[in-house]
Design a binder for this molecule. Sequence first.
Ligand code: SF4
Length: 101
Amino acid sequence: MSLVTSISLTSSPAGLASSWHDNAACRGLAAEIFFPQDEEGVDAARSVCGECPVREDCLEYSLAVREKDGVWGGFTERERRSLIRRRRRAAAKVRAAIAVS
Ligand code: SF4
């Protein structure tokens, strides 16, 4: 089962208007690849994501649904949490700059 198949089982992307997952590089691959247990496994998942034409869509989807597990868009859980924090800080700076001006 591929990740794009598994997300339809676990996260209901079928309800999404977008069909980005139709072009996923992981389509047809085992979902287990994207739920690695060690760094070697993370590297294997990233190697697939690195060639994926819908990587950005995948990452944004995982952020939007707060996907907690697995490698999405080449990002691990920890990396996604870090990205969310960086985006929040950047948004706060913009809001502060607007409030001052
Ligand atoms: S970025 Fe990775 S996990 Fe996401 S759809 Fe592409 S291959 Fe699958």
